[in-house]
Write a protein that binds this ligand. Structure first.
Ligand code: AMP
Ligand code: GLY
Length: 428
């Protein structure tokens, strides 16, 4: 099969790695990819927001299957573009249309969906500029902390957790009247704060049935002990010690099944990944958010644990035959540690040389923000540089291996969290 994979991060390198192992692969193209994916296929510089260019490439290269990594092309309707074209509609496509991607594209939509299908989530109300006065009153009477969410995509920055009514009123007004998050904040969801421990559940849906993939936990804060600014993710592990069989049973009955059935009732044929951000409160799962894609860096621990042939799994998803697939999971523990440029998630330097990769023998290195400079040297080209994943019979061993690899990789102003999995460390 000829495959197009869209994206350029650690998540896409992990997909490329899994696809490259498939016995069904003829050629893998990554649009635009990174130096890591270039070792597994052909990187192609195409702006993936230019749907006509993506479509033309797929026809020219006789592509059989397209896998979309990030949310943006999906929310903007890449699948719909393919479906509307006689030739492109024959290509298998992993990722929902606009109608399904709205689960991530609009927080108001997803809250209404959860309410309608009785899926446990925090209590909320949505306001716009027209209803701002009611919003002010709602905030004044709300318990603290208050969670404010910009309705649309805001590059992971659209959620504010505020500890005073004054701050919440100010931010709410900034969002609705001063476009703090651009159009994404034209609607604001005000939500009850839930206190608990989070995990990420990934579901592959073929529009009819589903498979639950290995559960993961990511570490979003920049600082050790989950302190400091939010990032795209500083590390992840899978499986998650607290997400035991009893908890996952609740997740399946109360969340996954109603979500899949709800999508069908809404007339949405969802073929792709659903990322359910969950929080466990008093042993009960609540949905924090839906995303229409895999997580990053969660993918870097989830995919290495999937032993089934990735292209068989993805083809079955596209063809609606997922029920025939036996999902084989590696029982080992996976831990990934993200190496970032010092300063991230704020200002950081680019262009510094990376070395030491050849020393890594027991871990997988997934590139994220790297590039090759004019001299042919691997350099830093982003905030999150690379993720190192290790598999081991227990979590501590996996973390130790990944920390060792993170230490071996060298670049000026390297930073990584050495405490991934800290809350599960029996030695602390
Ligand atoms: P997001 O940017 O949508 O991934 O959300 C950022 C983070 O905000 C989530 O991972 C949670 O840690 C937190 N969060 C969102 N909603 C709530 C809530 N209702 N209660 C507590 N924390 C929340
Ligand atoms: N790691 C969280 C995300 O991908 O949104």
């Amino acid at each position: 099969m000829n495959i197009v994979l869209i994206g350029s991060g650690g998540r896409e390198h992990a997909f490329a790695h899994a696809i490259a192992k498939s016995q069904h692969l003829s050629h893998l193209y990554i649009l635009p990819g990174n130096p890591g994916t270039a070792q597994l296929g052909t990187n192609v510089r195409i702006d993936t927001n230019q749907f006509d260019a993506v479509g033309q490439f797929c026809i020219e290269q006789q592509i059989d299957l397209v896998v979309v990594g990030p949310e943006e092309p999906l929310v903007k309707g890449l699948r719909d573009y393919f479906e509307a074209d006689t030739m492109l509609s024959k290509i298998a496509f992993i990722g929902p249309g606009k109608d399904g991607a709205i689960m991530e594209g609009s927080k108001d939509w997803s809250k209404l969906f959860m309410q309608k299908y009785h899926i446990p989530t925090a209590a909320y109300q949505t306001f716009t500029a027209e209803t701002i006065q009611e919003g002010f009153k709602y905030i004044q009477n709300h318990s603290l902390p208050i969670v404010l969410k910009a309705d649309g995509l805001a590059a992971g920055k659209g959620v504010l957790i505020l500890n005073s009514h004054e701050e919440a009123l100010k931010e709410f007004e900034e969002m609705l009247l001063n476009s703090k998050f651009g159009n994404a904040g034209n609607k604001v969801v005000i939500e009850e704060f839930l206190s608990g421990i989070e995990c990420s559940v990934f579901v592959l849906s073929d529009g009819n049935t589903y498979k639950i993939l290995p559960v993961a936990k990511d570490y979003k804060r920049i600082g050790e002990g989950d302190t400091g600014l939010n990032t795209g993710g500083m590390g992840a592990l899978s499986p998650v010690p607290f997400a035991d069989d009893a908890f996952m049973q609740k997740v399946e009955t109360r969340i996954v099944i109603p979500t899949i059935e709800g999508l069908k009732k809404e007339g949405i044929q969802y073929k792709g990944f659903i990322f359910i951000g969950l929080i466990k409160v008093n042993n009960e799962p609540y949905v924090i958010e839906y995303n229409c894609r895999m997580g990053d860096p969660e993918t870097e621990v989830v995919l290495p644990r999937i032993q089934s042939d990735m292209l068989e799994l993805l083809s079955a998803t596209a063809n609606g035959t997922l029920a025939n697939i036996l999902l084989q999971i590696n029982p080992q523990h996976a831990a990934t540690v993200m190496l970032v440029a010092k300063g991230y998630p704020e200002a950081y330097e680019k262009g510094t040389e990376i070395s030491g990769l050849e020393e890594i023998k027991q871990s997988i290195v997934y590139h994220a923000g790297t590039s090759i400079n004019e001299m042919g040297t691997l350099v830093c080209n982003g905030g999150r540089i690379m993720a190192v994943t290790s598999l081991a019979p227990n979590l501590q061993e996996a973390i130790t291996l990944s920390n060792k690899a993170a230490n071996q990789i060298q670049f000026t102003n390297k930073y990584y969290r050495t405490d991934i999995g800290f809350e599960f460390n029996s030695n602390q």
